[in-house]
Design a protein around this ligand. Structure first.
Ligand code: FAD
Length: 522
């Protein structure tokens, strides 16, 4: 996946793309992957880095959604369970079967959750990840040593998937690129081009790295910009009403010892009626989330103090060792799109977690809602509109069985697992230059060769791309990431042939961003 080569494809003024996708989060990548699987020519334009938005800030679950089952959304859960099963097959290096334990404090809860999760198992059919079952109090304590034991009656174990969201985004981008799509990060869509009949025929694009301006021609445009969808809808029609109200969810990252085992903790109903997860991830514990209305769509949303307090207090209600602010290694926030209340009403209603495809008069196709787990199906359903928009016939989708870049049946051990079949090639780099076998940070297993690899093969162009989304250190331990920034910048400067001015400006940029992931112990 080479940025310069892809840029050159974009500079070809005579080229008419079948589909141009705006947005390089899970939704846009799903569209690009599905379109290229059907033999269409596709370009995907992301204004920042792949998965810089909500798609790197999830709870890291590949799930059917136990919560949606409780809400009676059967069709959504069935669809998500199928996609969950296929994603675990297609990207085994980035996903895993994760046991979850719901601690049981009342017998009614035992009956309720045991029955509900049996239905969940049954709905997954052949793609089931494991049988749910009730476990005794002593087994619950053995598996979740740090869970609150007062009043504990046992636990219900069930299985869902878990994944590395930003790395999956990257590997999907690489898969699409290898199948012939042109994917580009740091390419902002600044305007829509229309023909005499008011139909969209192209896009105005700015390279955020060089500030070069380009115009491309395309038969269909997909707006897959998540919480930014209204901005594109208003580019299309300045009178378009605002439809999205962002709602923020935060996660706190702490040491694994706060939970104590390999199993994840799921609290289906906290004292104020929310769901709380504490999930082991890359040797840390990710705890969340919240649901807080925010006014603006932002690429770098910040956790509010009250959200941090809420997650700490709620988690403390179920754990023997109560985490404090000082124990939090990093905090990250993401935005989900809610439907904005109609004029005069104060009520918000969540866009159903099942996705929606909306076609504007100009032919602009907007994909909203959904979730990471169903990214591929969302892409397929969107590409299905190609015939309606262009009048051309369309091949059937082949993305369901598409193996994702890095696929291997022999998953490398330790932290190398996430690279799948690329791991050996990265290790090979240390033979070329032994300096690159040095660790990036003493508390992390990552080495400098990974930085070089991400510049050469994964389109990393900024220090933040590497520390946040290629090796995830920023969201695992923000201080460690800050301490590693200089080493990473210097290694990137060699790989990308940059000078000291670039290093200085990157370090200043990274510091500004990374400070938002630190929690002050007040
Ligand atoms: C707190 C939280 C936890 C979640 N946990 C889970 C989970 O565990 N499992 C799960 O399945 N789902 C989960 N989800 C849902 C899932 O994360 C989202 O559905 C998904 O990431 C949305 O992806 P997206 O591509 O629509 O949006 P985004 O990831 O935000 O991508 C939109 C992209 O568009 C780009 N863009 C915007 N404007 C332009 C422009 N003009 N030109 C070019 N690019 C542009 C942005 O830079 C951005 O990268 C969670 C969501 C939240 C908020």
């Amino acid at each position: 996946m080479n940025r310069e080569e892809n840029l050159n494809q974009l500079r070809d003024k005579s080229k008419i793309w079948d589909i141009a996708v705006i947005g390089g989060g899970s939704s846009g990548l799903g569209v690009a992957l599905d379109a290229v699987s059907r033999g269409l020519s596709v370009v995907l334009l992301e204004k920042a880095d792949f998965a810089k938005g909500t798609s790197s800030r999830s709870t890291k679950l590949v799930h059917g959604g136990v919560r949606y089952l409780a809400q009676g959304d059967i069709a959504l859960v069935l669809e998500a369970l199928k996609e969950r099963g296929m994603l675990l097959k297609n990207a085994p290096h980035l996903t895993q079967n994760q046991p979850f334990i719901i601690p049981i404090y009342t017998w009614w809860d035992r009956i309720q959750y045991s029955a509900g999760l049996k239905i969940y198992d049954w709905m997954a059919g052949k793609l089931r990840l494991g049988k749910s079952r009730f476990i005794s109090k002593s087994e619950t304590i053995k598996r979740l040593p740090a869970v609150l034991q007062k009043g504990l009656k046992g636990g219900v174990v069930y299985h869902d998937g878990q994944f590395d969201d930003a790395r999956l985004a990257l590997n999907i981008a690489q898969t699409a690129d290898e199948l012939g799509a042109c994917v580009l990060n740091y390419m902002k869509v600044s305007g829509l081009v229309k023909n005499e009949s008011g139909k969209i025929s192209g896009l105005k694009v700015i390279d955020e790295q060089s500030k070069e301006k380009l115009e491309i021609q395309t038969k269909m445009v997909v707006n897959a910009t998540g919480v930014f969808a209204d901005k594109i809808l208003q580019m299309d029609n300045p009178e378009a009403p605002k439809t999205i109200q962002p709602s923020q969810g935060i996660h706190l990252v702490m040491d694994l010892e706060f939970l104590g085992g390999k199993d994840a903790l799921m609290i289906p109903k906290t004292r104020d009626g929310r769901v709380l997860f504490a999930v082991p991830w890359h040797n840390k514990l990710v705890v969340g989330t919240t649901d807080t209305l925010r006014e603006k769509a932002k690429l770098e949303p910040e956790a509010l103090q009250k959200e941090i307090d809420f997650v700490l207090e709620t988690a403390s209600g179920y754990l023997t060792k109560k985490p404090s602010r000082a124990d939090v290694k990093a905090v990250f926030a993401g935005l989900r799109p809610l439907a904005r209340p109609k004029e005069g009403s104060t009520k918000t209603k969540e866009i159903s977690r099942s996705h929606k495809v909306i076609v504007s008069q100009s032919g602009l196709v907007t994909l909203t809602g959904g979730k990471w787990t169903t990214y591929r199906k969302m892409g397929e359903d969107t590409v299905d509109y190609f015939t309606q928009i262009t009048g051309q016939t369309l091949n059937p989708s082949k993305s369901l069985n598409q193996k994702i870049h890095g696929f291997t049946t022999e998953i490398p051990s330790g932290h190398w697992s996430i690279y799948g079949s690329d791991a050996a090639k990265i290790q090979q780099l240390t033979i070329e230059n032994p300096e690159w076998s040095k660790p990036i940070h003493p508390a992390f297993p990552n080495i400098l060769a990974e930085v070089v690899w991400s510049c050469q093969n994964e389109m990393a162009v900024k220090v933040e791309d590497v520390l946040s989304r290629r090796i995830r250190m920023l969201i695992l331990d923000a201080q460690a990431a800050l301490d590693s920034a200089e080493k990473v910048a210097q290694t990137m400067a060699v790989a990308l042939q940059k000078d000291q001015t670039w290093i200085d400006s990157e370090l200043a940029d990274f510091k500004k961003t990374a400070e938002k992931y630190l929690i002050k112990s007040t």
